[in-house]
Design a protein around this ligand. Structure first.
Ligand SMILES: Nc1ncnc2c1ncn2[C@@H]1O[C@H](COP(=O)(O)OP(=O)(O)OP(=O)(O)O)[C@@H](O)[C@H]1O
Length: 571
């Protein structure tokens, strides 16, 4: 199993995914700042010439045109910087979303089950969306917070020592103050995220369990619980907003105080005649701009906290271990491709990772399993609930890694084989039906299958009769999770879907569970026929299926206790 490095999913690590766009945003923003400062200096020069030096308007035109050109250039560069920042944000959030989906597929159903579905959904949607403003706004603004005030300070230093001292002393107070507020705000932000995840999970659970909730008369209680969660989330969001307002208020206070100080001191010195108008005017133009990037940075500061909280949730998803390879692919790389004649388990052990309050422990679910599954043979796994039947199927399918031992695919001469992808088919206990038509659901297994293949697979799974009886046959919408079909119909449709890929190894988990006797009998017959030229392994409690078996593996407490070949015994 592979585990992703936690540090890769910190915001700094994520920035590497769009470095060029972020660098472009910072350089363009910096260039825009330079033009902006030049524009103010040129404007002060023009106003001074017009008012105090008595130059005619005509002679000031070139300077005013210069001001216009600098203004246009600065705005254009800023627009380009914003575009580059937005592009970086979109690229990073889209790439994280794509990687997360890929990672979840690699982790497989057992790995994904380690996290609540609501947490996965919220992180994939809200979590990745929270990254975008961080990279699009916060990072470029953080850079501007250094560039523009630095430029302005350098200019003010040349104009007036007092103003320089005031701005240089008050400016750094703001980021220090914000960092102090931000430290406690991060705790609130994390709490808001937890509330959001809990709310998402509960909403999903309520939707899934609508029938059960109604049956137990719990609908009102569920609505009340949802309302309480929404209220808790509202309160957490409100706390975040309060901190955001407090930060802005503190910033405005320091900024206004500092500008007022500069204005008062300069005003007094102008009256005394110890300062000139041009310097005073330019410093007063520059002083508010000195605080502008700090204001913009403060406005996007919550984006950083949101993204930090989201990055922690994203890291949790990437911490779910990936499966290395399908167990049906033998470790022996020198093996050849070919038809699989048998699957052999040698001393196979496996365990589930279970999270406790303090650490992650493992619970053994298969212990030293030795068995063989042969082509043309129907193997039935029996045993009490919780014995380990599904676990053995999961290990064979590669959804759960082998802790020790080997699973080897053999050709007709008993040599190890390298198997192509998709050689195994799986029918889970609760097969997934997507929102779409019968044909859409079948095409999931093989998007290129033509109508003839669909009909053949449906016939083989004993599903053709009921599909043709539907109002629009294969084009009938079956709804989400197959809501318009019965349990038996869903099972037969899912079996047809698996057969459409014509897998060499077919793993079926409780295929006849919850079916009436007639449907169960028909499915048992179908499965029996599927064993022709295939390896078929079925986990079941159904005596009708057990009667069809060529080999019965009885599992008890994670171990194969008994192997019976009923047909040999009968002979
Ligand atoms: N995702 C999981 N995480 C942790 N433990 C699990 C997980 N799935 C199953 N187990 C545990 O592994 C053991 C074997 O479960 P398994 O599902 O293989 O039993 P089973 O024989 O198929 O039962 P059933 O007949 O009820 O389907 C059980 O103790 C179960 O609690």
């Amino acid at each position: 199993m592979r585990t992703q490095q936690h540090t890769d999913w910190q915001t700094a690590g994520l920035a590497r995914r769009a470095t060029r766009w972020l660098v472009a945003a910072v350089i363009l923003g910096g260039a825009s700042c330079v033009l902006f400062v030049l524009q103010l200096a040129t404007l002060a020069h023009a106003v001074d010439d017009l008012t105090f030096k008595g130059h005619p308007l005509a002679s000031t035109y070139p300077t005013l045109v210069q001001v216009g050109a600098l203004c246009a250039g600065s705005l254009l560069l800023q627009w380009l910087a914003d575009m580059a920042g937005t592009e970086a944000g979109l690229r990073i959030s889209a790439s994280v979303q794509r990687d997360m989906l890929r990672h979840l597929f690699r982790a497989g159903p057992v790995g994904c089950a380690a996290l609540p579905a609501g947490q996965i959904v919220t992180t994939m949607t809200e979590g990745t969306a929270a990254l975008e403003p961080y990279f699009a706004q916060y990072i470029p603004r953080a850079a501007m917070m250094v560039v523009l005030p630095g430029l302005i300070l350098a200019m003010v230093f040349h104009l007036d020592g007092w103003s320089f001292a005031i701005l240089a002393c008050t400016g750094p107070l703001i980021p220090i103050f914000m960092a102090l507020i931000g430290y406690s705000a991060q705790v609130i932000m994390n709490r808001q995220w937890v509330q959001l995840v809990i709310m998402g999970s509960s909403f999903l659970d309520s939707l899934r369990g609508l029938g059960t909730l109604r049956l137990f008369g719990q609908t009102q209680a569920s609505i009340t619980r949802m309302r309480e969660m929404a209220e808790a989330h509202r309160r957490a969001t409100f706390s975040v907003m309060k901190v955001a307002f407090l930060t802005s208020a503190a910033l405005e206070f320091f900024a206004s105080l500092s500008i007022a100080l500069v204005a008062v001191i300069f005003g007094a010195r102008l009256l005394n005649g110890t300062a000139d108008f041009r310097s005073a005017f330019l410093v007063l133009l520059l002083a508010p701009e000195y605080f502008m990037p700090l204001r913009a940075f403060s406005a996007s500061y919550h984006a950083r906290q949101n993204a930090t909280a989201a990055a922690a949730r994203i890291a949790e998803i990437f911490a779910v271990p990936e499966l290395e390879a399908n167990s049906l692919q033998p470790r022996n790389a020198s093996g050849t491709h070919g038809a699989i004649t048998a699957l052999e388990c040698q001393h196979v052990s496996a365990a589930y990772a279970t999270a406790t309050a303090t650490a992650t422990a493992t619970a053994t679910a298969l212990d030293d399993v030795c068995c063989k599954f042969s082509r043309n043979q129907l193997t039935v796994l029996t045993g009490e609930s919780g014995a380990g039947k599904t676990t053995l199927l999961r290990v064979l399918l590669g959804f759960l890694p082998v802790q020790s031992g080997n699973i080897t695919a053999l050709d007709m001469h008993g040599h190890p084989l390298t198997l192509p992808q998709g050689c195994a088919g799986w029918l889970p206990q609760r097969p997934l039906m997507i929102f779409g038509t019968v044909a859409d659901n079948l095409h999931l297994a093989n998007p290129d299958a033509d109508m003839h293949s669909l009909r053949a697979a449906a016939r083989q799974a004993d599903a053709l009769g009921f599909i043709e009886a539907l109002p629009n046959g294969f084009e009938t919408m079956v709804g989400e999770r197959g809501t318009l079909l019965s349990g038996g119909q869903i099972k037969r449709l899912a079996l047809a879907r698996v057969l459409l890929r014509d897998p060499e190894v077919l793993c079926l988990d409780e295929p006849t569970a919850n079916l009436d006797t007639d449907s169960a009998h028909r499915i048992a017959q179908t499965i029996r026929q599927c064993a022709a030229n295939r390896i078929v392994i079925v986990a079941t409690h159904d005596p009708a299926l057990v009667r069809q078996a060529d080999q019965i593996l009885h599992i008890e407490n994670a171990r194969v206790e008994n192997i019976v070949f009923p047909k040999d015994a009968a002979a």
